[in-house]
Structures are given as C-alpha cells and as structure tokens.
Design a protein around this ligand. Structure first.
Ligand code: 5AD
Ligand code: SF4
Length: 458
C-alpha cells in the first residue's frame, strides 16, 4: 500500500512541488506525489535540493498565470546552476500554453497525464522535452491513494469527480480539465475509511459541480445524495464536507440528506457569480436571480443553521451600474457568511472571449469589486454577530495563527472559531489538554468579520 504521508529521504531523488489555484489542484499534487513516491522519489520542501521541480498551475484568471511565468524564471536560474534538474509545468496551464511552455521547461503535463509522470521525467533529455496534454474521458485516478500534503493530519480532500460539463461563458476550466467524469463511489468510501483509520476526522469531497455526480453501474446508480449517505456512514466521528455546489443542480434530496446526518457539515458553497439575471444569462449559468434566491430559501427552510458562502465576479462584459446594484442587493438579501470576490478577467478560448467584449474599464471593475468587498465585510460581521451566545461543536485543527496559546478549528457551518486552550482549567476538571482532531464544544463570546471568538464549555 502507498504511504499516506510524504516520504522525506535525502538518499532518493528529490522532488519539489509548488501548487497554485484551487483545492482540486492541491489534491492533484497529492496524486502526483503518490505516483512519484511509488517510483522511488522522495519529497523535498527545499527547491535548492530538488532533482525535479514541478509547478502545478492555474489558468482561472490572468494574474494566476502571470505569477507562474515569474516562478518559471526562478526555476530556470536554478537549472543554470545545475543543468541535471528537470523542470516541469503541470496542471491547467499545460494544455493552454503548451508551445510557449516547451520553450522554457523540460516537461509539460496536463491534468489527465499524471499516471505516467515518472516515465515522462525519466525520458527528458537536453534536446527533447516531454509533453502530454491529452484530456481523458475516464481518468479519475480512483486507484491512487494521494499522499497527504496537509499539515494538520485532521482534514483531507477527496476528489469525487474530474472535469466540468458546464459551459459558463467566462470560464476556462472545461478547456483545461476536460469533460466531467465521476469516480467509483466504492473507491471514494475506501479512501475515506483509510483516512479515518489514519486519524483524519474530516473529508472534503471535491468536484467542479458535485451535484451532477453520477456513478452508473449494473448494481444501480449512485447520485450525489447517495454518495453523501455512503461517506457519512464511514463513522459518526468523521465529518463530511463538500464543494462546489451549483445553484442549477443542488437538489432537495441533497439538502434532506444533509439534514438527516449529523456528521454532514451544514455548509454550502453556492457560487452566484452575479445578482443580475441579464448577466447570469450571458454567463450561461442556466439559472436566474429568482431561482438562486429560491434555492437559498429552501436551504434555510430545511437547515436554518446552514452556513452559506459564494463566489462573485464584478465587471463581466456589458455589466451596467444597474446590474452591479442587483449584485449588491442580492448580497444584502442573502447575507452570505463569506465570499470569494473577483473582477472579470477575460480568458482566451472561452465563449465570452469570442462573443462578448471585455468592455468594462479596469477602474470601474475595481471600484465595483471594492464596493462588493466592503459590503460583504459588513455582512460577514453581521452574520458572525448573530452567533454570539450560541454554542458550536468544533473540530480542533491546531494552535491559532495569531496566538500560540489559543486553539482554532471550524464549526459545522465552516466558520473559524478561536478559543483559549485552557490547559490549566481542563486539568482541574480532570480533562486532558486538547489536541488536533479532538471535538470540543465552544460558546461564542465575541467576533470579528472573519472569526468567532469563543470559550470552551466542559
Ligand atoms: N474571471 C474572473 N473570475 C473568474 N472565475 C472563474 N472564471 C473567471 C474569470 N474569467 C471565478 C468564479 C469561480 C471561481 C472559482 O473563479 O467566481 O466560481
Ligand atoms: Fe483549479 Fe480552475 Fe485554477 Fe484549474 S483553472 S487550478 S480548475 S481554479
């Protein structure tokens, strides 16, 4: 069986991996490392010691790509010092920019080629870089146990599907990651069981659009609600999270399944992208403002305590001040707990780049984005204030970043809770000090817009 943890062994060839972009990319790096470790490599966290330098890249916005070009120049300096080093660019930029990348690096590998990455590295010669950017219709890496790169040993990601069949007009992902395919549910459950047996207490099921998860087999089909049910049965002590949900697909069945199982966390990441139905239509999101608001109302009817977060894009093609005001009013109406907020960045090859001009002036995009951010910060604070006086079950992740004597962990609704470790008080009550992976009940005393400030209850 593969090792769940990275192998650090300086006698073996050393691989160094940098990861950009989303959690799915982090999980892909874990798959890559698993393949490489089975082929005799060990991980290094020091680029200067590397025999192989890999960057797992992101294409979602232009600035994500820009950052990586800068890093490639630094890798090349390293190679000047030691020409035997192999530099590889993997992930979403590989397919998009293969020709330009091949001028700079030794290896270009797309998201569906990782199974053969050790072979490709071995085949690199000074005058013959290696490339594989073919996208697959069925690769899900279901038989590869990812080597876990998280630091806390408490919470891990499991990819349940790859690719994306939506055709949002602004988005590059269907081109970089290919068509949607779901992974065998039994391999997902096995991975969750293996994690739990190794001390993990939380799994995060990942997919571009988890609600369209569908495994077809002679024994019967499994949809996302069915998968949630199966994973939640691994242990009541194992928390289950998931992302990302799509407003057009999130079903009442999924909501009822969440409500029926205490270990499925009450949090939904439901990207809205815009509050204007005109923009949503142009974005090809396949729902309108009313549909989105109805889904939010349903979530809150079934689970009044459910956390809700979103993604939004400011300044998409043709966005008027009125469209922008619709986004602000939707944010006020829904009161999200948190949001990832972006300004529109035109991506080559997408439908929008061909059909809709990128015609909102950069300073207008920035001003609108800032307005959304300012509003959301107020709404986050408001949402957190409502929790003052409430109690939550928190999964301890480790010391708080700000203050080593405090601990931090997330409530089921995904809010970050910080609280004194209270070692002395626990000892007096005959309790062991808390450690990562323990569950603890806390009461919210105060808050900021980003954190609930709590006290332990024991
Ligand atoms: N420009 C800006 N933001 C984008 N996103 C996706 N494509 C673009 C783009 N071209 C945002 C969406 C998505 C999140 C992952 O990134 O909000 O939900
Ligand atoms: Fe993830 Fe999308 Fe970036 Fe690819 S382009 S790494 S799928 S966020």
């Amino acid at each position: 069986m593969n090792s769940l943890k990275p192998i650090f062994d300086e006698k073996k060839p050393q691989v160094y991996i940098e990861t950009y972009g989303c959690q799915m990319n982090v999980n892909d790096s874990e798959v890559i490392l698993s393949v490489l470790q089975s082929n005799g490599y060990a991980l290094t966290e020091d680029m200067n010691k590397a025999d192989v330098i890999l960057a797992n890249t992101c294409s979602i916005r232009e600035n994500a790509e820009q950052r990586i070009w800068g890093r490639i120049e630094q890798f090349r300096l390293q190679k000047k010092r030691n020409p035997a080093i192999v530099i590889g660019i993997v992930g979403c930029m590989a397919e998009r920019l293969k020709d330009k990348l091949l001028e700079k690096v030794d290896l270009v590998a797309g998201p569906d080629s990782y199974r053969n990455i050790a072979r490709m590295i071995a085949d690199v010669r000074p005058d013959s870089p290696q490339i594989n950017v073919l996208l697959s219709r069925d690769e899900t890496y279901s038989d590869i146990s990812p080597v876990r790169l998280d630091k806390n040993g408490v919470s891990a990601y499991i990819s349940i599907m790859r690719g994306c069949n939506n055709a949002c007009s602004y988005c590059v992902v269907p081109y970089t990651r290919g068509a949607e395919r779901s992974r065998d549910p039994h391999s997902i459950v096995r991975e969750a069981e293996e994690l739990f047996a190794n001390g993990y207490k939380e799994v995060n099921l990942l997919g571009q659009n988890v609600d369209s998860y569908l495994w077809k087999s002679a024994e019967g089909n499994v949809n996302f609600a069915g998968l949630l049910e199966m994973v939640s049965a691994v242990s009541p002590e194992l928390r289950v999270r998931f992302s990302t949900s799509h407003p057009k697909d999130i079903s009442d069945e999924v909501l009822m399944t969440m409500a029926a199982h205490e270990n499925i966390c009450r949090h939904i990441h439901l990207p809205v992208q815009s509050g204007s139905s005109t923009m949503l239509e142009k974005m090809r999101r396949k729902y309108d403002r009313e549909w989105y608001l109805e889904r939010v109302a349903k979530i809150r009817e079934i689970m009044p305590d459910c956390g809700l977060s979103t993604d939004v894009i400011a300044g998409f093609s043709g966005e008027t001040e009125e469209d922008h005001q619709d986004t602000l009013s939707l944010f006020r109406e829904v009161c999200f707990d948190s949001a990832f907020m972006f300004q529109y960045s035109e991506r080559p090859g997408t439908l929008a780049s061909k059909k809709y001009p990128d015609d909102i002036a950069p300073e207008v995009k920035t001003a609108r984005l800032n307005e959304i951010i300012e509003l959301q910060t107020r709404m986050s604070l408001e949402s957190n204030r409502r929790n003052i006086g409430e109690t939550f079950k928190v999964l301890v992740e480790g010391p708080s970043k700000r203050n080593e004597s405090d601990l931090c962990g997330r409530a089921g609704n995904n809010k970050m809770c910080v609280f004194p470790s209270a070692v002395q008080e626990r000892m007096e009550a005959g309790l062991e000090p808390l450690k990562p992976g323990d569950y603890v009940t806390v009461k919210v005393i105060d808050c900021t817009s980003a954190t609930l400030l709590c006290q332990q209850i024991f």
